[in-house]
Design a protein around this ligand. Structure first.
Ligand SMILES: [Zn+2]
Length: 155
């Protein structure tokens, strides 16, 4: 635990006491919780930051049914792209963190597809099914400036 004194964003006195606590989260790596309390006006904030240990950009090629079991960890700043299928999941203001496998990732895309063009949805659904059956080969790319998102490769 480390304590730091900063200027309070509310009362502007040098009375904001920030405590950092480090801990480990399975698959997500090191996380730091920041608790800040102003000793003068009582202002409080809490924040959590993940410190990623993985490459900022990584990719895997899916070419056989077993590859559908590869786990994907997505931090809230991570983007996931499947160029061959024209799919992408971009980080947004309410982007959620999750752990899934390739099959589960397809399900996430299929769950939101009906919101768009039904013609394209059908085509994409077929391509996803081909991919699930190992008939087509595709790439999954992860990009995450925080290095939290990654593939879990089991050897
Ligand atoms: Zn204050």
């Amino acid at each position: 635990m480390v304590d730091t004194i900063l200027e309070c964003p509310v009362c502007h006195q040098l009375t904001l006491k920030v405590t950092e606590t480090e801990f480990e989260v399975p698959y997500f790596g090191k996380a730091i919780i920041y608790n800040a309390t102003c000793q003068n006006c009582g202002y409080k904030i809490n924040d959590i930051k993940f410190e990623g240990n993985y490459p900022v950009k990584d990719k895997i090629i899916i070419e056989k049914p077993e590859d559908l079991k590869i786990k994907i960890v997505r931090g809230n700043r991570g983007a996931i792209k499947i160029p061959e299928l024209g799919l992408s999941l971009e980080p947004g203001p309410i982007a959620e963190s999750f752990i899934t496998n390739v099959e589960g990732l397809f399900q996430r895309f299929l769950d939101v597809l009906p919101l768009f063009d039904p013609e394209k949805t059908k085509e994409l659904e077929e391509r996803i099914n081909d991919a699930k059956e190992g008939k087509i080969k595709f790439t999954i790319i992860i990009e995450d400036p925080t290095g939290v998102s990654h593939f879990v490769r089991e050897h």
